[in-house]
Design a binder for this molecule. Structure first.
Ligand code: KIV
Length: 272
């Protein structure tokens, strides 16, 4: 079903609620640097997530755990300098909000002050309730993240679909309702059954943004490197690739190498 799109000169957290109310789906993508964020913003995305997936796709770590608060602020400030329309949400990294609410608030304030971003994202429900409250009381919008929460990967053991069991599904619904009551602006639902994601989305008034959670959520998010086909070894069922940039880049770079070796580059017109 297609819904008339309201034109937002600037997307705010309020716009996300309006989109849910009007049935317009929210588009969110990750970005971590100036050049990519500029393209993503100009292409019309609603939200850029400066995800801690930067730890994987930018730094080459196996998990999101090693990335630091300083590194997240560096990525976020590069993104903020590039955008003129979209909302910028930044992951508070592992170890910067779990120990106590004061630390959580300090980390959120650093992100907002030093990067100029518009909101922060944290993983978890009831366990981080006090931290979420504290950040929200300071006037900082918070996006939640439930289901597969990669910062807890060593607790889960695998990246498989979460909340297939009744007890985990019930906890997820309760956590989503709690995050709504606390005042979160939206919730990412990662890798959970589509029926559960739809049920959660229909049971709360704040938007849900899914990744591997079917089409019953109020929006979708992907990691930009996956969408562009740069991470060619990563093939989860939920991923739709819109390009094969890995092949296109390999091909282009191969041609450049050949042109340099054969002295075809630079030619007469390409020199002073
Ligand atoms: O860090 C990230 O990219 C994320 C998305 C997968 C939602 O949290």
């Amino acid at each position: 079903m297609s819904v008339a799109k309201k034109v937002y000169k600037r997307v705010t957290v309020k716009s996300l609620t309006e989109m849910k109310q009007s049935g317009e789906k929210i588009s969110m993508l990750t970005s971590y640097d100036y050049s990519m964020a500029k393209i993503v913003d100009e292409a019309g995305i609603d939200v850029i997530l400066v995800g801690d997936s930067a730890s994987n796709v930018m730094a080459g770590h196996e998990t999101t755990l090693p990335i630091t608060l300083d590194q997240m602020i560096y990525h976020a400030s590069s993104v903020v300098r590039a955008i003129s329309r979209c909302l910028v949400v930044v992951d508070i990294p592992f170890g910067s909000y779990q120990s106590d609410p004061k630390e959580a608030l300090r980390s959120a304030i650093r992100i907002m002050k030093e990067s100029g971003a518009h909101a922060v994202k944290v993983e978890g429900g009831k366990e981080i309730k006090e931290s979420v409250k504290r950040i929200l009381h300071a006037g900082i919008p918070v996006m939640g993240h439930l289901g597969l929460t990669p910062q807890s990967i060593y607790k889960f053991g695998t990246y498989t679909v979460r909340a297939k069991e009744k007890s985990e599904a019930e906890k997820l619904i309760a956590d989503a309702q709690l995050l709504e009551r606390l005042g979160c602006c939206a919730i990412v639902l990662e890798k959970i059954p589509a029926a559960l994601a739809k049920e959660v989305s229909e049971s709360i008034s704040i938007p849900t943004i899914g990744i591997g959670a079917g089409n019953g959520t109020d929006g979708q998010v992907l990691v930009i490197h996956d969408l562009l086909g740069m991470t060619h070894e990563f093939n989860p069922r939920f991923l739709r690739r819109y390009m094969n940039l890995y092949e296109e880049m390999t091909d282009a770079i191969g041609k450049y190498v050949a042109d340099v070796k054969s002295q075809d580059f630079p030619n007469e017109e390409e020199q002073y």
